[in-house]
Structures are given as C-alpha cells and as structure tokens.
Design a protein around this ligand. Structure first.
Ligand code: PLP
Length: 285
C-alpha cells in the first residue's frame, strides 16, 4: 500500500510525490528539516520541533508557507490517512526551485514543503535492552550545527563508517572534545554520578529531546554539568547514552570497542528513558 505524502498543499500517493530537478534542496541542500516522533498515534514533543523549524528557516531566510497550527494539522492528517500508530513524521522545507541552477536566488522564490510518515517500533526497540556501540569520528561539519539543515553528508559518511566497524553510531570529535552523536546528543555519567553533556552553542544541534531530558534530570535531582568532555573521559565513564526524537534515549555500551559500565546499559540512561516516554505520552497531542 502506498503512503500518503503531503507535498505543497496536496495529499498524494508517494509515487506521485515529485519535486523539481531544480529544487535547491536537491541541488544545494538549501533546506531545513524536522522529525517528530509518534506514539499511540500522537505527536511527541511537537511544539519544540515546530519552534526549532521556525528558527532554522528564519536563520536561513527560507519562507515557511504555513503556520505552526496548520503544520500540526497536516501532521495529524498524515497520521490519520496512513494509520500511523508508532514511528515518526519527517518534514522538509526547501527554499524552492527557480527553473535553473544558480547559487543566488530571488526574494519571491516559492518554498517546497514535504511531509511523510515512517512506521517504526520506537518503544520496543531492541537497542534499549542491548545498548549501542559507537565509534569516535572527526566532526567535519560546518559552523552552524544549531540550524537543522539537510546538509547531512558528513553524518552519512560517519554513520557509514560506524556501520562498517560494527557499531550503530558515532560520537563526533572536535579539538579533542565530543560534540554530539551522528544524529543525536551525547551524554556521559561520571563515576560520581554526574550527568555531563556539551553546552548549547552553534557547535551542536539543540536537541528537543535533550531539552526535555535536562528538565527531567533536574527534577530527579541529578547533578548536571553542561560542559565539554573528551573521548578519554567518556571511555572512563560509568554510563554513556544518546538522545534524539526517535530513539528517545539509547544507552551506549561501548565506545571505540571499549566497554562502558561493564558493557551493560546504564541505570540512569534507562531511568531517564522510562520517565521521558511516560511524560511525553502524557503531554502527547
Ligand atoms: N544532534 C544531531 C546532529 C541530530 O541530527 C539530532 C536529531 O536528528 C539530534 C542532535 C537530536 O535532536 P532531537 O532530540 O531534536 O531529535
């Protein structure tokens, strides 16, 4: 059965959802995106994702052709039309197409907006039980990682290298410090029980799941340090984990083949995951 996809105001079968060869998203990765998780047919942490979309598009001067409310309505319609119970909704907004390839663009260019659903098991993911392995990898991305653009070639290369090394993800390293995961934020728990993650700046994506987790961690009275940490500190950590919209929290049990926490998912990671899912479901719309 074909998925129903939203493209520029229309709900159409996926095989009919075609974008111009001149679309700047295709030619220049001149585009921003968001992914919102869906549990029980409801949107998880969606206001945060829509607020970040608005910020990303504003930073790049890409016009958002619909309001946040209209976007939520489109997301809900797609959930309904595709019978989505659990998974995610991918949203991409490109600057649009002007019928030729040219670096510059005119002010009245019409954006391209596409949304589609992806059915996935998020709660019963086996990765929660086993945890994941990551490898360290050079962070070769641009300087505005706070903007969620579709320029994801460095992430594709890094994640492919991880896959070839028998790992599930990467932890990106810049100037000796961990920035974030390939498509996630990165955390360690020290032997003293302190939760450490890199502070927000243009060096990392401001994860929506990260924001919720930091609030929950504070409510749990965990000691939190938003500071730089090295990969050596991570090797010696009691726990490590990642967060993102569709993984929520996945424990990391090995970094560069060095076991973390005896190679087992950490207690704090699993606790945060449980509380995040419980709270997110209560707030789901
Ligand atoms: N960092 C990067 C580079 C990402 O690509 C993502 C998600 O795609 C995240 C962090 C996590 O962000 P969020 O929790 O909003 O999904």
């Amino acid at each position: 059965m074909q998925r129903i996809v939203y493209l520029n105001g229309e709900y159409i079968e996926e095989s009919a959802a075609k974008v111009s060869a001149f679309d700047r998203g295709f030619l220049f990765a001149d585009a921003v995106y968001e992914v919102t998780a869906v549990l029980d047919g409801k949107l998880i942490d969606n206001p945060g994702h829509l607020a970040r979309l608005e910020r990303s598009s504003k930073e790049l001067g890409i016009k958002l052709p619909v309001t946040g409310e209209e976007l939520t309505q489109i997301q809900r319609t797609l959930i309904e039309k595709n019978g989505l119970v659990e998974g995610g909704i991918y949203l991409q907004l490109t600057r649009g197409a002007e019928g030729d390839r040219d670096f510059s663009y005119s002010e009245d260019i019409e954006p391209t907006l596409v949304l589609f659903t992806q059915s996935r098991n998020l709660i019963e993911s086996p990765k929660t039980k086993t945890g994941i392995k990551v490898i360290s990898f050079a962070d070769i991305r641009w300087r505005r990682r706070d903007i969620k653009t579709t320029s994801l070639l460095p992430a594709c290369m890094a994640k492919h290298a991880a896959h070839e090394a028998g790992a599930e993800d990467v932890w990106l390293i810049e100037d000796g410090y961990v920035t974030e995961g390939g498509s996630s934020n990165a955390y360690i728990v020290t032997n003293e029980g302190t939760l450490v993650t890199r502070p927000l700046s243009n060096d990392i994506l401001h994860g929506i799941t990260r924001a919720s987790l930091m609030k929950l961690a504070a409510e749990l009275d965990l000691t939190i340090e938003e500071r730089f940490f090295t990969i050596d500190e991570a090797y010696a950590a009691k726990e490590a984990f990642i967060s993102s919209a569709t993984t929520f929290v996945w424990p990391v049990v090995a970094i560069d083949d060095k076991p973390i926490g005896g190679g087992k998912p950490g207690e704090i990671a699993l606790k945060l995951r449980d509380i995040y899912i419980k709270t997110a479901l209560e707030l789901a719309e």
